[in-house]
Design a protein around this ligand. Sequence first.
Ligand SMILES: *Cc1c(COP(=O)(O)O)cnc(C)c1O
Length: 381
Amino acid sequence: MKFATKVIHAGIEPDPSTGAIMTPIYQTSTYVQDAPGKHKGYEYARTQNPTRTVLENNVAALENGKYGIAFSSGLAAMDTILKLLRTGDEVISTNDLYGGSYRLATTVYERFGIKVHYVDMNDSAQLKAAINERTRLIWIETPTNPMMNIIDIKKITKKYNNDDIIICVDNTFASPYLQNPLDLGADIAMHSATKYINGHSDVIMGLAVTNNEFIAQHLKYLQNAAGAVPGPQDCFLALRGIKTLHLRVERSCQNAQKMANWLNKHKKVSKVYYPGLKSHSGHSIAKRQMKDFGGMVSFDLVNNKYSVAKKVLSNTHLFALAESLGGVESLIGHPASMTHASIPKKERMKVGLTDSLIRLSVGVEDYDDLREDLAAALAKI
Ligand SMILES: *Cc1c(COP(=O)(O)O)cnc(C)c1O
């Protein structure tokens, strides 16, 4: 089955009791048993819910994986993956990653004796130097947020995927339509489904997909033991959003590419970070491991003061000033004060995340309208 068919059909059957074509919202906390221990496979809704099961199976198919596990947020998914580790274990992570992921790994898990090394994953020597016998998890985010760096997933999995090390890719920015980490040798593909997967800015959710039965069993155990599960209504909304994932992402990519080309020539813009630009350092890797270059674009200003960036950020009308990404509507954001405020300035500056960096989540609106909106805001500075 090809992707566009999978989003609509994989793991989805008409409801057996009524024939309803849409997966029903099983809004229940428990299930009646015929006799103690004699039930229809469902006992308690933290453990299992039929709406959730359909979503999990569908997303597993989208990532070419066997097992899908849904969580109440992207960070709950990451939290559960980190719980596969023990005190004394070490993690190696991309140095340019989602602020909340950084906060969870450092401020929470370091207290439990798990050490996290942040490295430039494109620098093989740096990566090699950080790996030791205590390394248990390699955490890759690509494209990275908000600098749009591209990490060569296959290069890393080829070298380091062994029985001791789990390699997880946060695939949120790409979505399963553009990139499939399991096919590139990763053990886990993780998503903040809040973003492209749901795609309509009305649900917070996380997902993990794997082909590894051992990892799947552990994650399912932890999902039930700790209980960060999504509700059935949110699973229904995510399933509905997924049906147009390929169409939405395709249009976002087209709009983002045009926007990046245009910004690249704008005289008030000093730098554009978009993997679809030939000048981008990760362009050729992105071309190889992704179907297209995504809907996220970051750019910096010639006059790189926060006060100047603030003017642009406050003067768009179609681009809404908000955190998050991956919805049908375009958003504009200021990573230094919003999504990445929890990262110390010294760490931010190391990767080029300046006070004037602006991030766009390019939606599926008409491109000309979006460009005019941004042009008017840039004209104010
Ligand atoms: C949003 C995001 C997360 C966290 O997901 P939530 O659903 O907000 O918990 C993790 N990684 C990336 C890349 C994200 O964009």
